[in-house]
Design a protein around this ligand. Structure first.
Ligand SMILES: NC(=O)c1ccc[n+]([C@@H]2O[C@H](COP(=O)([O-])OP(=O)(O)OC[C@H]3O[C@@H](n4cnc5c(N)ncnc54)[C@H](O)[C@@H]3O)[C@@H](O)[C@H]2O)c1
Length: 338
C-alpha cells in the first residue's frame, strides 16, 4: 500500500487554510501547518493539525517544519488589497518574501507539489470582464503585484528544480471563520459585524462597484482536487462563481435584510486603485473539474451572520500600521471610524 501524502498548509489559522485543513483531515490525511496569527484566529486551527506558530519569514524554521511534507498549500498572506497601497512594505514582506521562503523550503525538502493561492488582484483592470486565465496580468496595486511576482518566482523555481505547481485564483470568498474585526478588509464580514452592533456600514465611492462572491465550501472542494489532479499541474485556475455579480450596495442590502437592519450607509470617497468591475470566469474550472457552486450568496451570508452572532461581535482592531498617511489615505483608517 502506498503511503498517504502528508499535507502542509501555511496560514492554517486563517479562513481558507483552516477549512482546507478540515477537509484533508476528514479525508484521512495528516496535516501540518503554520501561522503567525497576524490575520487569523488561533481557535480556527483544527485540533488534529500539527501546528507551529511560526512566521514564514523565519526560513530555517520553515525548512524544519516542512521536512516530511509532500503537498504544500500556500494560503498564508497578508491579504489586504486596499491597505497595500498605504503599507506596501509590510504587505510585500508577507506576500513575496514569505512565499519565496516556503517555495525554497518545499524544493529543498523534495515536496511533490506546491499549490499557491494567488488572487484576482493579479488581473488588475482588464479591457473586459470576466477575467480569464489567458489574460496578461496587469496588477495595479502592491498586493496584486506581490501575488503576481510570487507566481513568477514559483514558476521559475519549480521549472528549474522540478517541483509540480498549481496557481489557484480564488476570489471574494465568504463564510464562517473569516476575520471580522479587521477594519482593513473582508467587506461582508465588516458589514455584518457593524450591523449586528446596530451601526451603519461605510461604503467607498458610490457603492456601484461590482463583485462576485463565492462560498468557502464550494472553493474548498476544488482546492482539494488541485492537490492530486495531474491536469492541474502548471495551470492557473480561477476558483469562484461567475454568476450573481452584485454591487456593494446590493451586498449591504442583502445583509441588512437577513439581520432585519434599517440600512442607511455612509459613503466615503473611493479608495485609490480600487478596481470597479472585478469578476473571474469559472469556465476553466467547470471544464476541468465540473465546478458548480451550490451555495447562493444569501445563504452564504446567512451562515456568516449566524457564526458572528454565536462568536459575538467585536470591536475593530487597527493592528497594522499605516506606512503612508496622506490625502489619499481613507479617513476610515486615518480616523479609525469603524
Ligand atoms: N478570502 C478571499 O476572498 C481570498 C480571495 C483571493 C485570494 N485569497 C488568498 O487566499 C489565501 C488565504 O486567504 P484568507 O482569506 O484565508 O486570509 P486569512 O488572512 O484569513 O488567512 C491568511 C493567514 O496567513 C497568516 N499569515 C500572514 N502572513 C504570514 C506569515 N508571514 N507567516 C505565517 N503566517 C502568515 C495570517 O495570520 C492568516 O491567518 C491568501 O493567500 C489570500 O491572498 C483569498
Amino acid at each position: 500500500m502506498t503511503k498517504k501524502p502528508k499535507i502542509f498548509i501555511s496560514g492554517v489559522a486563517g479562513f481558507l487554510g483552516s477549512h482546507l485543513a478540515d477537509k484533508f483531515i476528514a479525508e484521512g490525511y495528516k496535516v501540518a501547518g503554520c501561522d503567525n496569527l497576524i490575520g487569523g484566529y488561533l481557535d480556527n486551527v483544527p485540533s488534529e493539525v500539527e501546528f507551529y506558530q511560526y512566521d514564514l519569514n523565519f526560513h530555517n524554521s520553515v525548512v524544519k517544519i516542512t521536512k516530511d511534507c509532500d503537498i504544500i498549500f500556500h494560503c498564508a498572506a497578508t491579504a489586504y488589497e486596499g491597505l497595500s497601497v498605504f503599507s506596501p512594505y509590510f504587505i510585500t514582506k508577507n506576500i513575496v518574501e514569505s512565499t519565496v521562503s516556503l517555495i525554497t523550503a518545499a524544493i529543498a525538502n523534495k515536496a511533490e507539489r506546491f499549490v499557491f493561492c494567488s488572487s484576482m488582484a493579479r488581473y488588475g483592470t482588464q479591457e473586459k470582464v470576466p477575467f480569464t486565465e489567458d489574460m496578461t496580468p496587469k496588477p495595479q496595486d502592491p498586493y496584486g503585484i506581490g501575488k503576481y511576482s510570487s507566481e513568477l518566482f514559483l514558476r521559475n523555481l519549480c521549472e528549474t528544480h522540478g517541483m509540480d505547481y498549481v496557481i489557484a485564483v480564488p476570489h471574494n470568498i465568504i463564510g464562517p471563520r473569516q476575520k471580522y474585526d479587521d477594519p482593513y478588509r473582508n467587506v461582508a464580514s465588516i458589514m455584518i459585524n457593524l450591523m449586528l452592533q446596530g451601526r451603519q456600514p461605510i461604503i467607498y465611492g458610490d457603492g456601484e462597484q461590482k463583485r462576485c462572491f463565492s462560498f468557502i465550501q464550494d472553493d474548498i472542494d476544488i482546492l482539494y482536487r488541485l492537490a492530486f489532479e495531474k491536469s492541474a499541474v502548471g495551470e492557473v485556475i480561477n476558483i469562484g462563481p461567475d454568476d450573481e455579480f452584485v454591487t456593494i450596495n446590493q451586498l449591504a442590502g442583502c445583509i441588512a435584510e437577513i439581520i432585519g437592519f434599517d440600512l442607511n450607509p455612509e459613503y466615503e470617497k473611493s479608495r485609490p486603485q480600487e478596481v470597479l468591475l472585478a469578476n473571474c470566469s469559472a469556465e476553466k474550472a467547470r471544464q476541468m473539474f465540473g465546478y458548480s457552486p451550490k451555495i447562493r450568496l444569501k445563504d452564504g451570508l446567512r451562515s456568516m451572520v449566524d457564526h458572528i452572532r454565536t462568536r459575538g461581535t467585536k470591536p475593530f482592531k487597527y493592528h497594522i500600521d499605516l506606512e503612508i498617511v496622506n490625502s489619499k489615505t481613507p479617513d476610515t483608517w486615518k480616523n479609525r471610524k469603524f
